[in-house]
Design a protein around this ligand. Sequence first.
Ligand SMILES: C[S@@+](CC[C@H](N)C(=O)[O-])C[C@H]1O[C@@H](n2cnc3c(N)ncnc32)[C@H](O)[C@@H]1O
Length: 274
Amino acid sequence: MSSLFEKTFPYGSLLESTTVIRNYASEHKGLGVIACVAVVFGLGPTLRKRFFAWFNNRVTKMKNEEYEALKRGAFADLATQKSSDPEFQKANGLRILEIGVGSGTNFSFYPDGSHLTVVDPNPYFADYYYENKKKFPNIKAETVIVSYGEDMDMVESNSVDAVVVTLVLCSVKDIAKVISQIKRVLVPGGRFYFIEHIQEWDRSSHGYRWILQHILTWFKIWPFLFEGCNLNRNPLPFIQSVGFSDVQYERLYAPMPAKVFMIASPHLKGIATK
Ligand SMILES: C[S@@+](CC[C@H](N)C(=O)[O-])C[C@H]1O[C@@H](n2cnc3c(N)ncnc32)[C@H](O)[C@@H]1O
């Protein structure tokens, strides 16, 4: 861990202060997270991107078994889906595009023999991504594109069997554009798998959460701390209106790794078929 950390923060005093915070964070998860993100205010845009990559990788490792179970359920159909390409069918693999891949948290859900193309605009995730990828030699991931989900013209139309997006649509600049790109690149019958945190839907039971989500987002506090993440979005209408032949979805409260993240517990998961 320390070598990865030092690679991300090769700056003397910054390293010392963030090391203190890192140690504190491992002992007091919730408070440590708050202390950690407080540092972000002192960083410029590039360092913030680096910090976010490091921070996100840490939080991802904190996610518990229940969250993994949620993902397993959401991605179960990947194992039974058949590629439209005869070569991939023979190998029981799929051509998968993952948008906003970050440090690569979904490899374990992909069928052996699959070919993965990934897109992410933040190049500072690369070290974490390649480190994780080493554990999954069964997945071929030759194409890594540093770009936005809105600008994926380099990915051919009707060329992938599945598109996977987890915790990304909260941050994109134009949800409608990303969703229409997803539909464009999927083969007919291809599937879009999504897991996203969304705006609180039950205001009578969780009104305080709805209010906090809006305040933190309107005043740009959460987006500033978490690289453009908005707490008050609902991508479902965009997914339902782009022309998929079928959209299956479920709203649920996801288990979070620390209390401070309960604000992002309302989740949407589902599969849209082209
Ligand atoms: C919270 S992280 C989630 C990473 C990973 N999908 C996961 O579930 O662990 C959000 C990711 O979305 C990426 N992202 C932000 N804006 C994006 C955009 N417009 N297009 C594609 N990816 C984007 C970020 O760089 C980051 O990797």
